[in-house]
Write a protein that binds this ligand. Structure first.
Ligand code: NAD
Length: 899
């Protein structure tokens, strides 16, 4: 008979909370959010405020709502203490000694904040060395588990080789101490994006260290794990290496599902719990087949799985000391004790650390303990019958993870750079991009001032000649089809198109690939939207009257594009104008003419008549200005700077001689975007969001964050972490996949950035200047650094004492493009969403990276006229609506009245 699980003891407040949470979803969700924010709350009053905010209106029990702030704090401390073995190393050592007395082995894990900088990585590494010292000083066997993402701040799939190299060298530093203590070093497994890095680093460590007290965790919920295990076991056999594999179910199940879904990737994890359980048993069998080399550590709280491990071990002829069951400290305690009583080796995973960073761990444990399909619930809450607990894992799939049901627009998936095949395809394309650029470049001839007038007239004549057929409404399906064909050509040539951007404008690999994805999205999205637009529309009418609304193209559209999203923005504006039946004069930016030319050629190949789409490369002041001034051009679609955009609006509205029609424009202009960091923000999220928004692609995005407006209570801590994180970013050429930040697009851009760095030095406190990247603190609203668009990696950090003041500061600029807030206070989030003057507002995430259909993009104030690229209304900018009303009554007869 198992001892009752203390976690779910209804006689304790903690047990009652967990039992209620396990049965009430709303309460559970609110509880997890509450635990997440709790560590930053200030005093009992605020705890009560958040209790009310988070739990009111949920299915929280009345007794819970009556718990006051101090009782709630005690409760959370108790819950936290039930899973961790101490808040510091001393407490951890004491707990581990007690575990040893109870017959358990252990492995020590250090809880911490996300590692965002190399300073933080070094601190984590130091903590491991301290732990080794403390454990050996206490006469305990040394056994530690380390997390790869905590050891290296720049770890990532794009930075694959460097991630492996740095990990190996840091693991070796820890291993030296572990070896001296004759201890054990275990490498944990985290999110799937880091899996291949972790496995590669582990293999290298094993090969180079000739030490067999090394282990790695492998997750059974991943569909690709069986292949990984085959690879690992082959590696062990080839080199006669000995090491441990801790087979786990996997701790990031929800995250992996959501991350894959967000990216449009197939889910890497099994859809159903029973599938993971079944896979786990198969994986166990693979490991036990190789138990002459691999020591098996079956990490499970599932009694059937533990029984299966015991069975496989005895089949393999292993004694109870030649394999082990691993369990998390505080979970399924009765089961752990029973296994020890049976003489089985049980190792407890024992995390330690302060409560603030430890809360993420607590959230994961609670999710696991209360999951509706979890074994913990079945065994220890529902006290299921033995035949159910020990039943073989079978079932039927009811959950389809990804529903491409046509209701939502499906974006083109980004590249999964954790795959070797993707990295090598990209690398080959980058090597080839120089020759692509050369040959495309030969087909580009800039149009000079002398030539422009003739060229324009010829192009306009061409368009006018074929316009009747092109623009007719019966041609609408063909136009949509051409766009879709363009999308599939781009999709087929995606690596080539991305690699050209790497060379032409210095985009990082992932950003370049995403730009092509966005171009493909625009083509598919506007094709679909045009079908909606040109579908026959009846309007309400009374009997005897027929009302319809239809749309006609405006005529000739001049498309003037920027260089920073060289394919996506050009393709978006051009395809929207084409699919609505207009003729297009397209001018790429000078800096990205090759990409522009490639887009032009792809659209022609897809079927746009050469008479309808014309390529006009050349200087903005010459070619762009000529398009804007020509009265035969009905509409200008422009994306670029405020100065040029406002000039275009002015020219279009004040023309002499008077044009034959009102000339319209779609002008998407610059930004001076701010992220507000609220007093209760999660700093891990805030620093990461600002870092990414301000510095990715050197800050050369209209949506980039150039101001961080930070609540005074966390101003210093935020700044310290941000500066250290920014200082750790890898700088280098865009051709190198590990580069986070490269040089600006041109020497002119570099000069402008240098100018603003000099201004920042005068106006604020210099926190970091490294190449072109700069962070200045204490910037105020009147400063130029707070008002003017730099279009480079220069960040102004501003302090605020209240949220309202923060919003005022954010709004105190000419622009209104993007903005955001990092906060865990629903009221504050709502206040920002209602009052921030920005066309795109992002909450608890970076403020860049809008996706077609999901986040229609565009601003107001002096950032634009409120048009939304990638949104349902966008095509309306390129058409004239025409309403037709027909009187159906003839001599008193109307067909509407015929039976
Ligand atoms: P830019 O204004 O210098 O150039 C944009 C385009 O306008 C180029 O093709 C250029 O040749 C042309 N041009 C220049 N002078 C002209 C003139 N007098 N008449 C007509 N055309 C002229 O901008 P850029 O440097 O290419 O791009 C950066 C700017 O674009 C930034 O301000 C950025 O914020 C903005 N931007 C806005 C968005 C958005 O969606 N709101 C998107 C990307 C970029």
């Amino acid at each position: 008979m198992l001892r009752k699980d203390p976690l779910f003891d209804a006689g304790t407040a903690g047990g009652r909370v967990l039992l209620h949470a396990a049965a009430h979803h709303q309460f559970m969700a609110a509880l997890l959010y509450f635990i997440d924010v709790y560590p930053v709350l200030n005093g009992v009053r605020q705890v009560e405020e958040y209790r009310d905010e988070y739990f009111a209106g949920t299915d929280a029990p009345p007794w819970f709502m009556e718990l006051n702030g101090s009782r709630l704090s005690e409760l959370l401390s108790e819950l936290f203490a039930s899973f961790v073995c101490g808040r510091d190393l001393n407490q951890a050592v004491t707990s581990i000694s007690i575990m040893a007395d109870r017959g358990f082995l252990y492995t020590l894990d250090t809880l911490g904040e996300a590692t965002l900088s190399e300073e933080e990585a070094e601190m984590y590494l130091e903590k491991q060395l301290e732990a080794v010292d403390a454990l050996s000083a206490a006469g305990l066997p040394v056994h530690i588990t380390v997390k790869p993402t905590s050891l290296y701040s720049q770890i990532g799939p794009l930075n694959f080789q460097q991630s492996v190299d740095v990990l190996v060298s840091r693991l070796k530093r820890i291993l030296k101490a572990v070896k001296d203590a004759d201890g054990f070093l275990h490498v944990d497994m985290e999110q799937r994006v880091y899996k291949n890095i972790t496995i590669s680093a582990f293999k290298q460590l094993v090969s180079e260290s000739s030490y067999d007290q090394l282990g790695i965790a492998i997750q059974s919920y991943l569909k690709e794990t069986k292949a990984d295990l085959r690879d690992l076991t082959a590696f062990a056999r080839q080199g006669n290496h000995r090491f441990t594999v801790r087979l786990v179910k996997g701790a990031y199940y929800e995250y992996e599902r959501i991350f894959a879904q967000e990216n449009g990737w197939p889910s890497p994890v099994f859809e159903e719990k029973y599938m993971t359980d079944a896979a786990y048993e198969e994986n166990l069998a693979i490991l036990f087949e190789n138990s002459d080399l691999i020591r098996v550590a079956a990490a499970t709280h599932n009694m059937r799985t533990a029984a299966e491990a015991n069975r496989l071990a005895s089949e393999a002829g292993l004694s109870t000391h030649e394999y082990e069951i691993q369990m998390l400290n505080g979970m399924a305690t009765g089961m752990a004790e029973a296994l020890v009583a049976m003489g089985i080796t049980v190792r407890l995973y024992a995390p330690y650390g302060p409560m603030v960073p430890g809360m993420a761990y607590l959230v994961r444990r609670l999710v696991e303990n209360t999951a509706t399909d979890g074994m913990v619930r079945l065994q220890f809450i529902q006290a299921a019958a033995p035949e159910d607990i020990f039943a073989a894992p079978t079932g039927s799939s009811s959950r389809l993870l990804f529903h491409p049901d046509g209701q939502y627009f499906i974006n083109h998936p980004p590249a999964d750079f954790s795959l070797e095949s993707v990295r090598s395809s990209f690398s080959r394309s980058v090597k080839n991009a120089g020759s692509v650029m050369k040959s495309v470049g030969e087909r580009i001839q800039d149009i000079s001032k002398n030539q422009i007038s003739n060229r324009l007239s010829k192009a306009i004549n061409d368009i006018e000649e074929v316009a009747p057929a092109w623009k007719s409404s019966s041609n609408a399906p063909r136009r949509a089809e051409i766009l879709r064909r363009g999308a599939s050509i781009m999709s087929r040539r995606i690596y080539e198109l991305a690699a050209v951007q790497v060379l032409e404008v210095g985009k990082q690999w992932d950003q370049a690939y995403n730009d092509v994805c966005e171009a493909i999205d625009f083509l598919n999205y506007y094709a679909g939207e045009s079908e909606r637009l040109f579908a026959h529309r009846s309007l309400s009418g009374i009997a005897g009257e027929r009302n319809t609304l239809s749309y006609r193209p405006r005529g000739i559209v001049g498309v003037i594009a920027p260089w920073n999203f060289p394919l996506a923005i050009s393709t978006g504006m051009t395809s929207a104008a084409l699919v609505t039946g207009n003729g297009v004069l397209y001018k790429p930016a000078e800096e990205s003419a090759v990409t522009g030319r490639l887009m032009y050629e792809i659209l022609i190949e897809a079927g746009v008549p050469e008479e309808i789409l014309h390529f006009f490369s050349g200087e903005g002041e010459v070619v762009g200005a000529a398009l804007v001034s020509d009265l035969r051009v009905n509409c200008i679609a422009f994306t670029g700077s405020k100065e040029v955009g406002m000039g275009i609006i002015e020219t279009l509205s004040r023309q002499q001689p008077q044009p034959p029609h009102v000339r319209s424009s779609v002008t998407e202009m610059g930004g001076k975007n701010g992220i507000i960091i609220d007093a209760d923000a999660d700093l891990d999220v805030a620093v990461e969001a600002v870092l990414q928004s301000a510095f990715a692609f050197q800050g050369q995005k209209c949506s980039a964050a150039s101001r961080a407006i930070v609540h005074e209570s966390l101003y210093h801590e935020f700044l310290n972490r941000l500066v250290a994180a920014a200082d750790s970013l890898i700088m280098g050429p865009a051709e190198d996949p590990g580069t986070y930040l490269g040089p600006p697009v041109s020497s002119e851009a570099e000069r402008k950035i240098a100018e603003y760095i000099a201004i920042g030095r005068e106006e604020g406190r210099e926190m970091l200047v490294k190449d072109n990247l700069a962070i200045f603190a204490d910037i105020r609203t009147e400063h130029r650094l707070a008002r003017e668009e730099v279009f480079g990696p220069v960040l102004a950090v501003m302090k605020t004492d209240t949220l309202r003041r923060g919003i005022e500061m954010a709004n105190s600029v000419d622009f209104g493009l993007t903005g955001g807030i990092v906060s865990r206070n629903r009221g504050h989030i709502d206040l920002v969403c209602e009052n921030l003057e920005a066309g795109n507002i992002y909450v608890n995430r970076s403020i860049t990276g809008a996706l077609v259909g999901r986040q229609p993009f565009g601003g107001f104030k002096l950032s634009g006229q409120g048009t939304k690229a990638g949104g349902q209304e966008y095509l309306f900018n390129f058409v004239h609506p025409v309403a037709v009303s027909e009187n159906m009554l003839r001599r008193g007869f109307s067909p509407d009245f015929r039976g």
